[in-house]
Design a protein around this ligand. Sequence first.
Ligand code: ADP
Ligand code: MG
Length: 698
Amino acid sequence: MYSFLDQDITYLKGVGQARAQLLASELDIHTVADLLHHYPFRHEDRTRIYRIDELHEGMQNIQLRGQIIDVSTVGEGPKRRLMATFTDGTGFITLIWFRSLKTISKMCQIGVTYQVFGEPKVFQHSFSIPHPEMEVMEQVQNRPLLRMQPVYHLTEKLQGRGITSKFLNQLVANAFDKIASIPETLSSDLITAHRLVSHEQAIRDIHFSQSAEAVSNARRRLKFEELFFLQLSILQYARSRQTVTEGWRFPRVAEKFNAFYSHVLPFSLTEAQKRVIREIHADLKSGHQMNRLLQGDVGSGKTIVAALVALLAIDNGFQACIMAPTEILAEQHYRGLCDQMQQIGVNVALLTGNVKGKQRRETLEGIKEGSIQILVGTHALIEPNVEFRNLGLAVIDEQHRFGVKQRAQLWTKNSRPPHILVMTATPIPRTLAMTVYGDLDVSVIDQLPPGRKPIATRHFASREYERIRQGVEMELRRGRQVYIVYPLIKENEKLDLKALEEGYEETQRRFPQWKVGMVHGKMKPAEKDAAMKAFAANETQILVSTTVIEVGVNVPNASVMIVENAERFGLAQLHQLRGRVGRGAEQSYCILVTKDQLAENTHERMQILVETNDGFRIAEADLKFRGPGDLEGTAQSGLPIQLKMASLVGDSVMMSEAREAAARIIEADPGEQLPQYRVLWTRLRQLKANQTNYSDIS
Ligand code: ADP
Ligand code: MG
């Protein structure tokens, strides 16, 4: 059925080509439905009128009612501003404008009652509101009042073009003028059991509401809906894999595996490593396709497990691939594996965005005809033009950037899906794991290789740099190497790069006898590669870098990790960085340098790293200190369905409810055929295809 909801946004009054393009590029809004699903992230109660004597510091936007008793322009040139003294009988505040002074001064009339709206700021012990919204009371009384005014996420660019929360809300109103109805997306038993408002009601109330209660009901409904479909999708996937997916059988442990084990392996495996290899091997023999998560703290030795498992595939006549999140990591894995695999006659190749021309053609050819047995690379591996002769196993390192979707792409690489082993060093709390890895079986390496001395971690203020320098100098004289990491924050790449380059020069001055290298994400791949290689070969002794070295880089001779501006990192990230040292048998050090003036919490946060090396403890503390923000981002990126309203971390109780509900539906309707649930399966298919297409369900 045709639905106005699926129409292009330009069908709405007020949206021409230019605005449509802006809405698409800035907010990913293309259709009317997209607009309706761009939910406000909070509401302002515009019925509450505050008294001036109630104002206190740190308030957000508030409304006042009163009169102007005095207006004047002060200052000259760019400092010129318009100031009005405003009172409601309980006190006085100043309204201030820095722009459009002429127009506004005409508007300000003494003795007229105004309603003003804005954020009160304290300046020289009294309150002022810069650039308030101001309306004459009579007007206010004549217009229909929307009590709960929605505030939408907007970009600066949009605001610069006059697309404000008010404007968006008006567009939504225009849309509702033309929409007959919005179809329901949940089955009626779910709506009743969970006491939800209808989908249409929720969408209306989230945009136009007269009461806080209605907004809260709308939010609850929309959150539940998202979490329910997320869980339904995960459980559906998990079930389909248990029942339908046949896997390749790897019964043999033969020549290559044994040769590697007895001739190449430079150490004996830890008990934990042996155990997880047995767990994995049991999967590979079972006849079911494996989907397993291998968790192990940094340095626990996951790479060698991946190598041995790859050999199990090869011994059974299959190819294996190993996928890493960055080029640096892929290249490092490749180099490590090449050395080892050459000794037993196994052919390894590398495929990343950097591999071009003839080399790329040859690699693709070798994969297709089967002369390449292990392919290492970035996500370039899953591109459609990479054809394997007989892919049996895919290892995905440092997983959280690969989601269910990407894994599903791997499935198409052979007539039966390959076995999949996902490796991660990021411990995440249980409730989250259930969702983010809800479709995976889990193995854990809970033991570090023997002989490791725990890394000694110290926290210094930057004024103590001379002490740091002396300690580092001693390590360098012992022949060891040093990382110095600077934070790189996306929003301001230029400034960060400058800080890094200054840091590089500073380091050269501080350690004149030693060679210093530098890597950062903006370098050309070849330069980056050269810098990493030089450090790995001890041609440079100090490597100044951004967090590009965060995941997985392995230079055992490096014994010192210095993190500059450590207060700007999360604890889990610092723990990852710290894991870059302590890879040899000798004592290693992690030095956290923070500003002299510490913000609240910083000392406490650093102290956790000083005190413990336990990744799980650190992850939990991180969550407590920083809130869900970051974790949310990384975890979300792997989900089959994006959450707009619900929070993975904040809504864990509702998540459990949604999971139970989804499990009941899957059990009640395993064939996906019951008429009362057709609406659910249809909606799920659309969401998975990332469409908000209503016409199929109406
Ligand atoms: P991660 O789990 O962080 O990926 P790696 O696989 O990079 O850790 O291993 C870290 C270091 O420990 C490497 O230098 C590796 O060679 C070494 N290693 C791994 N397993 C063992 C072991 N059983 N005994 C001694 N060293 C080991
Ligand atoms: Mg690793």
